[in-house]
Design a protein around this ligand. Structure first.
Ligand code: MN
Length: 385
């Protein structure tokens, strides 16, 4: 076979030494998987077979039920977030470590509306996620008791909608579950923080990833999505000195908001600052500012903080933001210290392409949760084996 005589002649004898790769994450993660339990997975299969009936006679795999009741197939099933149990009786949310909740509110948008469909968009595409993350070595299904509590009823009135969101978030947090909030436009940052602040003794810091400052009092005479941090930092236990804003910049930062930011002395890092400092130094500054004298930190992730090329499904796209990898690294770094609640806002499915914006919104929540588990900042309500 003359072809093989000339094919990669230098490699065929395998005489080159490999560098030591035993310390690399890819290698370590393969081993680490063996340490993870599969108890909850087995429980899910048993429940599927009981409630969904065993598969038909021609199905060889004994784990496949007749009616789908679990994770597989990823393309079908009823789309709660991650196909988690839908918690109909919200009074029971305290039985869970984590509650995903929708805030389908977009009457605070100042250009394109559509984030009222954000929660449903994120739920839909969340179905392609497994609960296991390779690099972090975490299986959320085995570590956390999670539910989807559904959506907060948001009527078409800004004040009433915000009041509903505050009550909903405070209910979840005061019951002892971590609220993972799916927006909604960014105006919900104010009522969400207000709900958290009600439940926290001491100060609440805010870490805010965005291209926009969102710090003006009113926009067109209303509390729009350009305004949440003006109002949140007027809450007595949420001082502006504990607000840190990461990734700000570009052509959509209203001067009204900048003027207010200057007087309240919050901390703003532009996207160039983040690039110059690097992720680790940025995190050091962000955590130091937000946690200074605070007993809890609220995490606000505006999907439009990511470069517009990656997030077409948003209301105010701004070129030049984070790469997805940078945003995820920042979120994981923030989660290491723990959070009181998280929001992912400004996902607008009507403008999305192949669900990629919603996909990143889901990933932001998944990476944050897995990091909280890894650093033992959450959990403990799974029943013992
Ligand atoms: Mn924004």
């Amino acid at each position: 076979m003359p072809f093989y005589d000339t094919h990669a002649p230098n490699y065929r004898e395998h005489q080159r030494d490999l560098p030591d790769i035993s310390h690399l994450n890819g290698w370590l993660a393969q081993d680490a998987e063996s340490e993870l339990p599969d108890t909850q997975y087995r429980n899910e299969i048993a429940r599927s077979l009981e409630f969904g009936l065993p598969g038909s006679d021609s199905i060889a795999d004994p784990d496949i039920s007749c009616f789908q009741r679990g994770e597989l197939p990823h393309w079908s099933g009823i789309n709660t977030f991650l196909k988690l149990p839908y918690l109909e009786d919200v009074r029971q949310v305290g039985d869970y470590d984590v509650a995903f909740v929708g805030a389908p509110f977009d009457i605070g948008t100042t250009y394109r509306s559509g984030t009222r469909f954000g929660p449903q968009g994120m739920r839909r595409i969340s179905s392609l996620y497994t609960p296991y993350n390779f690099e972090l070595g975490i299986d959320l299904r085995e570590s956390l008791k999670m539910c989807d509590i559904g959506d907060i009823f948001c009527p078409a009135n800004i004040t009433k909608g915000h009041d509903q969101i505050t009550k909903g978030v405070a209910h979840i947090l005061s019951s002892g579950a971590l609220p993972m909030i799916m927006g909604g436009d960014h105006s919900i940052g104010y009522p969400c923080v207000r709900g958290v602040a009600e439940c926290v003794e001491g100060k609440v810091g805010i870490i805010h990833l965005d291209r926009h400052v969102d710090t003006q009092e009113k926009d067109m005479d209303e509390i729009m999505h350009t305004c949440p941090w003006f109002h949140a930092t007027n809450i007595p236990n949420c001082p502006p000195t504990n607000l840190v804003q990461l990734g700000i910049g570009g052509w959509q930062v209203p001067r009204t908001g900048v003027r207010h930011g200057r007087t309240m002395r919050s901390t703003v890092l532009t996207i160039d600052d983040v690039e110059t400092l690097g992720i680790d130094k940025t995190l050091e500054i962000a955590l130091e500012v937000a946690w200074k004298g605070a007993s809890a930190v609220y995490l606000s992730f505006d999907i439009d903080s990511v470069d517009a090329g990656f997030v077409p499904g948003t209301g105010w796209p701004e070129p030049g933001g984070y790469l997805p990898r940078e945003a995820l690294s920042l979120l994981r770094g923030i989660a290491k210290e723990g959070i009181a609640a998280m929001e992912v806002v400004e996902v607008a499915p009507p403008y999305d392409i192949s669900d990629i914006t919603a996909l990143l919104g889901v990933r932001a929540m998944m990476d944050t949760l897995a990091t909280l588990v890894k650093y033992d900042r959450i959990g403990g309500k799974l029943e013992p084996e």
